[in-house]
Structure formats: structure tokens, C-alpha cells
Design a protein around this ligand. Structure first.
Ligand SMILES: NC(=O)c1ccc[n+]([C@@H]2O[C@H](COP(=O)([O-])OP(=O)(O)OC[C@H]3O[C@@H](n4cnc5c(N)ncnc54)[C@H](O)[C@@H]3O)[C@@H](O)[C@H]2O)c1
Length: 485
């Protein structure tokens, strides 16, 4: 077996910043091989288990490199859509076309039967979610059942790759024994097991597949080689073979936790900047002009599937990582800090109509996982505010389920406070005349500082000097107005 290793063309700058080149596809038409023998330029059959926001782009990418792809999902609607040549993931540019082409070319189909797919496949890629339970421990239910489903279908030569982010050691210690037991085969001798972190950015997954180096670590050298050979056939980026599955698992947790800790530091700096009346964004931009400095941006906290979750994967095995734990608390504390800032401006929130703009964890992605909008709405309501909300991606009943009344874009309403939780560019089109009672605009993601506000409206942000509202003898002042507590 030959593994083609592409030399890295990544430019490493001092301090870790990298410029990622976009790799054009250098593959010619692949030679179909059955069973697949891990030779360069060949294609076999791959099962992708979990055909969601990450799994479907992967399936489409593999099919686009001449592999026959069987998407496996527990949701019948997902399976039906794929079998009709439709992408149910709507926010991924280019995905619908790739899915339609792969399906029409007979290279993409879907099933709910994991064992049958694994029986047919040379490679099984697992990309079902592992999130957190109520105790902040990894919630393995989806992955355990996906592993149990495929294991009986494994055969000699099967390659199983975990792409879902996992705590360090899980590929080898939690899942490999289950695969061996259910298949009656021996890992690293009869079949292969590897971990390869999925590092794509939702909404840019296909583009990232052509840029991000693919990290691979097996439970032994044969597994590493086999997995690297697979990615060399289906991806155009460089493939980085790591020492083992633990190193590959840790790399994803290190990357995401670094960002959480970095953001926590930015949030701490922002609090101090407020105290000394300095704009933290000016400070960070200036500091980052030194190539060793990579300070991230402060904000209303950290949401989404990844960054707020994976530090807990580390902490579940290494509670001694104090900095990691403190960073989580700092970032989670941002919602409370914002509420205190608003209260200091208007005197109290009891009975105050408040509009929250942007509810998904990030603008443009229809995903509420760990969105800071959820505790924001809860805390505002707890303080007695009358909370309304709007998000261009959510329907009124979705907003109602989050505990807020749905506002309609452009509707005149008596909100005294507006808080933005995402940096949706649409918010730049807010017209203050829609809100005749408005007293405070809280810019939670530093995206609205150029919005022209009437003198009676205060502008507040995170780590920026407040722009107070003009208070006249007759006009509003802190604590005035109906319902002030
Ligand atoms: N979403 C992101 O931005 C992102 C980025 C990088 C990495 N990831 C990784 O990808 C994983 C999956 O994320 P996603 O965004 O694709 O999730 P998703 O919720 O969009 O999709 C998961 C899919 O798995 C299916 N599924 C659940 N249990 C299953 C089972 N037992 N068998 C078969 N299918 C099953 C679901 O029906 C769903 O279609 C995450 O846990 C994370 O490790 C996600």
C-alpha cells in the first residue's frame, strides 16, 4: 500500500496564525476497487453514519470523488430526501447541487439500516452528535446506538473512522472493544479504527474541506495508514497522519478550548476596559498587530455545538484543568454582566419591554444549540422584563417556544431596551423611529456602533465606553418610566 503524502503548503506565521491555501482537486477519475485496497486513485464504498449538517457535506464530497456513498440516518425524512436527490441541509452553498448530481449519478443513496450499510461498505465514517447531559458530561446516546448499529456489519478489511469530537481515549477504550465484541473481529488486525476530527464551519463546510488539513490518528499504525489513504482519495487538502487516535482526539479539544479560553480573556479585558473608559476593540486590534498576539473578540458569550461543549469533554477527564473551567464560567457569566449593564442604565427591568435580536447561536445558521439567547431570555424574564424577540431564521412559534413574544421586523413597538445577540448584518437596517420609547441599545456583538441613534437612546456594548442618552429635565433618566424597578 502506498500513501501519498502531500507536502504542507501551509504558511505558519509566528504565534500560530496560518494562511490556508485552497487546494484545487488534483484527482483524476478514480478506479473502482472492490474490496477497496487503500491504493491511491481508487474508490470503494463508504457509509456515512449521521447525514446532518456535517455528515451530508462529507457524503457529497466523497461521492464527488467517485466513491459510492451510503448515508445512514435514524430520521426517515433525511433518508427520504437523500433518496430523492435533495439536500435537507439548506445553509451550505453548493451542497444541493452536489447531492443532486451524486444521486443522479448513482453514487449516493440513504438508509436507516446501519448494519446493512456497514456490511456493504469498505469504510464507515461516524458523524452523529455527542453533546452534554445535564451534568455537563458527554452524552453518548446517539454514538452508542450508531456504533451498536454498524458493528454487526463489520467484516475483514473494514475501516471505521470516528469524526465526531470525542473525549481523549474514547476511540480506543470505549468504542473499539464494542466493535470487536459485536463483530467477532480483532481491531488493527482484521479491521481498522481511527479518529479524524471534523473541524468544518457550518455554512462553509465544502469550502473548508478544500482548505483545512485533515488530521488522522489510528488505534495503531495500520489503522492510521488506512485512514490516511482513505482521506487522500477523497480530499484535496493535505492529510496529516498523527501518532495515535488520542493525539487526534486531543487536537480538536485543544483547538476549541484554546478559543474558549482566549474569548474568556477578551471578556475579562473588556470588563476592565469599561472601568478605565477604553475601547477594547481598539486595544485588541493594536495588540494583535504584534504577530505573537491573537486575542479574540469579547461578546455576549459563546454558543454552538463546539466551543462551549468541548472544554467539558476535557474537564470530564481532567478536572484539574483550572483555566479551562474558569474560562467556561467567565464566558457563561457574560449574560449576567450584560443584564447588569442594562439595569444600571435604566434602573431595573421589572415590567420593561425588551427586544432580543438574533436567537440562533450565530447569524445565518439555523441552530439554537447552546445559543446565549436562551439564558438571556430566561434571565431577562426572571428580572421581570417583558421579552420579545426576532430572528430572520426562526418562525414565530419557534420564538414562542424560547419564552419570548415574536416581534415582526419593521413593526412599531414600545421597547425600552434592545439587545442584539448575533451580529446579523440585517440589524444594520434597524430604524430607531420604529421604537419611540427606546432608551438603550445593547450591542452584544459589536456590530451596531455606526447605527445612528436619537440623543435619547443610550448605546452600550461590551468593553466599549458607553454613549449615554441625553437626559433633559423633563426627559427620561435612569430608573424613570413605567415599570422601573
Ligand atoms: N455543526 C457544526 O458546526 C460542527 C462543526 C464541526 C464538527 N461537528 C461535529 O459533527 C457532529 C455532528 O454535528 P452535525 O452538526 O452534523 O449534527 P446534526 O444534528 O446536524 O446531524 C446529526 C445527524 O445524525 C443523525 N443521527 C443521530 N443519531 C444517529 C444514529 N444513532 N444513527 C444514525 N444517524 C443518527 C441525526 O438524525 C442527524 O441527521 C458534532 O457532534 C460534532 O462532533 C459539528
Amino acid at each position: 500500500m502506498t500513501i501519498v503524502s502531500r507536502p504542507s503548503s501551509v504558511q505558519s506565521l509566528i504565534g500560530g496564525s496560518i494562511e490556508l491555501p485552497v487546494h484545487a482537486c488534483g484527482h483524476g477519475p478514480a478506479i473502482q476497487s472492490a474490496p477497496w485496497a487503500a491504493e491511491p486513485g481508487t474508490a470503494g464504498i463508504v457509509a456515512v453514519v449521521g447525514a446532518g449538517k456535517m455528515g451530508l457535506p462529507l457524503a457529497a464530497q466523497f461521492a464527488d470523488h467517485d466513491w459510492h456513498v451510503i448515508a445512514v440516518d435514524v430520521q426517515q425524512a433525511v433518508v427520504d430526501a437523500i433518496n430523492e436527490g435533495r439536500s435537507h441541509v439548506t445553509e451550505e452553498p453548493g451542497l444541493a447541487e452536489l447531492v443532486a448530481t451524486a444521486h443522479a449519478g448513482g453514487r449516493l443513496r440513504a438508509t436507516t439500516d446501519g448494519a446493512a450499510a456497514a456490511r456493504e461498505a469498505d469504510v464507515v465514517v461516524l458523524i452523529v452528535p455527542v453533546m452534554l447531559d445535564d451534568e455537563q458530561q458527554p452524552d453518548y446516546r446517539s454514538m452508542d446506538s450508531a456504533v451498536a448499529a454498524i458493528a454487526p456489519g463489520l467484516h475483514k478489511g473494514s475501516l471505521v473512522i470516528f469524526e465526531t469530537t470525542l473525549p481523549v481515549g474514547d476511540t480506543r477504550d470505549r468504542f473499539t472493544p464494542r466493535l470487536e465484541e459485536a463483530s467477532g473481529l480483532s481491531a488493527e488486525r482484521d479491521f481498522f479504527v481511527a479518529f479524524s476530527p471534523e473541524r468544518l464551519y457550518s455554512g462553509a463546510a465544502l469550502r473548508n474541506l478544500a482548505t483545512y488539513p485533515k488530521l488522522v490518528g489510528g488505534i495503531g499504525p495500520a489503522s492510521t495508514d488506512r485512514a490516511a489513504a482513505f482521506y487522500d482519495c477523497v480530499l484535496d487538502t493535505e492529510v496529516v497522519a498523527m501518532s495515535n487516535s488520542e493525539a487526534a482526539e486531543f487536537s480538536k479539544l485543544a483547538d476549541t478550548t484554546y478559543r474558549d479560553v482566549n474569548i474568556a480573556l477578551a471578556n475579562e479585558f473588556a470588563r476592565y476596559a469599561e472601568r478605565v473608559n477604553v475601547d477594547i476593540h481598539e486595544v485588541i486590534a493594536a495588540a494583535n498587530s504584534q504577530p505573537y498576539s491573537h486575542i479574540h473578540q469579547p461578546g455576549l458569550g459563546v454558543g454552538g455545538h463546539c466551543i462551549p461543549v468541548y472544554p467539558h469533554f476535557l474537564l470530564s477527564r481532567a478536572p484539574e484543568l483550572e483555566l479551562v473551567e474558569l474560562a467556561r464560567r467567565t464566558n457563561d457569566g457574560q449574560v449576567g454582566a450584560v443584564i447588569r449593564s442594562i439595569e444600571s442604565e435604566i434602573g431595573g427591568l421589572a415590567g420593561v419591554p425588551v427586544l432580543v435580536l438574533g436567537l440562533t447561536y450565530r447569524h445565518g445558521v439555523h441552530e439554537l444549540a447552546y445559543s446565549r439567547a436562551l439564558p438571556l431570555i430566561e434571565r431577562l424574564a426572571h428580572q421581570g422584563a417583558l421579552v420579545s424577540a426576532w430572528d430572520p431564521l426562526l418562525l414565530p412559534d419557534e420564538i414562542a417556544r424560547l419564552g419570548a413574544t415574536s416581534w415582526t421586523w419593521g413593526e412599531t413597538a414600545p421597547f425600552r431596551v434592545i439587545v442584539t445577540q448575533t451580529a446579523d448584518p440585517l440589524f444594520g437596517g434597524l430604524d430607531p423611529t420604529w421604537f419611540p420609547e427606546l432608551e438603550v441599545l445593547f450591542d452584544g456583538r459589536d456590530s451596531l456602533r455606526d447605527l445612528a441613534l436619537p440623543a435619547a437612546v443610550a448605546y452600550r456594548g461590551i468593553g466599549v465606553p458607553p454613549r449615554p442618552r441625553a437626559v433633559t429635565a423633563a426627559g427620561p433618566g435612569p430608573g424613570s418610566g413605567p415599570g422601573s424597578g
